[in-house]
Ligand binder design. Structure first.
Ligand SMILES: [Zn+2]
Length: 454
């Protein structure tokens, strides 16, 4: 039973025997079964010969040619004549329209893939397909399970980084001295594990910012996967360090250089604020040159134009001595550290590294500023890992990029109540390219789809 309408409709196992357009302009398609397999009992698989009755179901389907379309499938209920089978009767069902399902399989797949691969939110996919949120979310869960790899892809360079889940919540409680103090009620974190070298994106996330939770994720992976990890990149966080030491003792630990530079800039800002308050008796304001310079002070001198660099140093020297001198000393010390970090990935020799490290320690010691002393102590504590970053050239930048995608996804969803849903959505959003979906380009030469050449 094949006709043009059936071929156009294209749902395997049913034939279109009539189309009626109702008053509300919705075409109603009358369907009949044309698949012999539908007559086989789902309990025992034996083909039935004795009909029981007629049934009509109205499954929902994708729009046809952009128009919402109704289906009326007239199908049979059959008796199962197999003596061993416990099933008395059954209705016809097809892979495209499963039993008891009010949606066709292709509609359910479309709803799920719009979220898993098309970056729609569950709410928007539900609206587009005119179904409820739970139906859309269930369809997405099924699509995600099918799309995501069953086993964690092998990686050589692993990145670990945390993202905050929602906002921290506080409440006022009675303090030990009778006063009121703020207590953290909820501060929820996700720790993401990222493939830095193979492009597989986010491998997984664990709830809670603890060494135990990170270790438990790593320990769940196969021994082969763990043995394959050579380098682990982290920020300066003792929690991750402990987890890696426990679960991947053979891997080389690397501290991302961005976080070291960030600490150095924070130290310069602290010095600037402290000396301003100490010597002016108030915060900086317009007209105080040191207050107007923060962006230039925290920029690397190597990336600054001489037209900006020389006047900045001159401005600092022109300030009152108690303010200008410590800021200039902190800035010089920060620049010494930046010179050291600039060796990153250039395959430097030990002598150069030692010379620049010594220069940094000496300038930190010579400045006599507590902020720089603390910075030097931190660098000294993490030196083996910073050195590993400089010599291997590995950064955790990919983790930071993944975090941006996770946060964008959370904003589009207006936050998540259910962390399991959030992890599933984050995993889909950050592995699209690895799963063969083209990257979203919003700028550059190929921002618009290219016209096919004729
Ligand atoms: Zn049967």
């Amino acid at each position: 039973m094949s006709n043009d309408t059936t071929r156009l409709f294209g749902l395997n196992g049913v034939a279109v025997v009539g189309v009626e357009v109702a008053d509300d302009d919705i075409p109603m398609l009358a369907l009949v079964t044309c698949d012999e397999q539908a007559r086989c009992c789902p309990g025992c698989g034996v083909r039935s010969e004795r009909p029981h009755s007629w049934v009509c179901t109205r499954p929902r389907d994708l729009p046809v040619a952009g128009r919402r379309t109704g289906l009326a499938w007239t199908k049979r209920r059959w008796r199962c004549l197999n003596q061993q089978c416990r099933r008395m009767t059954f209705t016809e069902s097809l892979p495209g329209i499963p039993p008891r399902s009010r949606l066709t399989s292709r509609l359910r797949t479309s709803i799920g893939e719009a979220v898993a691969n098309g970056r729609r939110t569950v709410v928007q996919s539900a609206r587009d397909h005119e179904v409820s949120w739970p139906v859309a979310n269930a369809a997405f869960t099924t699509a995600a399970q099918a799309a995501l790899p069953k086993d964690t892809p092998p990686v050589t360079h692993l990145g670990i980084d945390e993202t905050r889940r929602g906002k921290a919540k506080f409440r006022l409680v009675e303090g030990p001295d009778g006063g009121e103090v703020w207590e953290v009620v909820a501060d929820r974190w996700h720790v993401g594990l990222v493939d830095l070298s193979g492009g597989a994106g986010l491998l997984g996330q664990v709830e809670g910012h603890t060494a135990a939770s990170v270790s438990s994720w790593i320990d769940k992976q196969s021994a082969l996967w763990r043995a394959g990890v050579q380098v682990v990149a982290i920020d300066m966080c003792t929690v991750f360090k402990a987890a890696v030491r426990d679960s991947l003792p053979h891997a080389r630990l690397v501290v991302d250089r961005f976080h070291v530079a960030q600490l150095a800039n924070a130290a310069v800002t602290e010095v600037r604020r402290r000396v301003t308050v100490q010597h002016r008796g108030r915060r900086g304001r317009k007209g105080n040159r040191e207050w107007e310079l923060p962006n230039r002070l925290t920029r690397s001198a190597a990336r600054m134009h001489a037209d900006h660099l020389d006047p900045m140093v001159a401005d600092l020297k022109a300030l009152p001595k108690q303010i200008g001198e410590p800021i200039l000393a902190a800035w010089n010390c920060k620049e010494d550290l930046m010179d050291l970090l600039a060796l990153h990935g250039t395959n430097p020799d030990r002598t150069t590294i030692c010379r620049l490290l010594t220069a940094f320690y000496e300038s930190a010691a010579a400045s006599g500023l507590p902020e720089l002393e603390r910075l030097a102590t931190t660098v000294s504590t993490w030196w083996p890992q910073i050195l590993a970053a400089i010599t291997t050239g590995v950064t955790n930048a990919a983790s930071e990029g993944i975090n941006r995608a996770i946060k964008t996804d959370a904003r589009c969803a207006y936050g998540y109540r259910n962390p399991v849903n959030q992890r599933r959505r984050a995993r889909c959003a950050t592995t699209r390219r690895a799963r063969g979906h083209p990257a979203t380009r919003t700028s550059g030469r190929h921002a618009q789809p290219r016209k096919p050449s004729i």
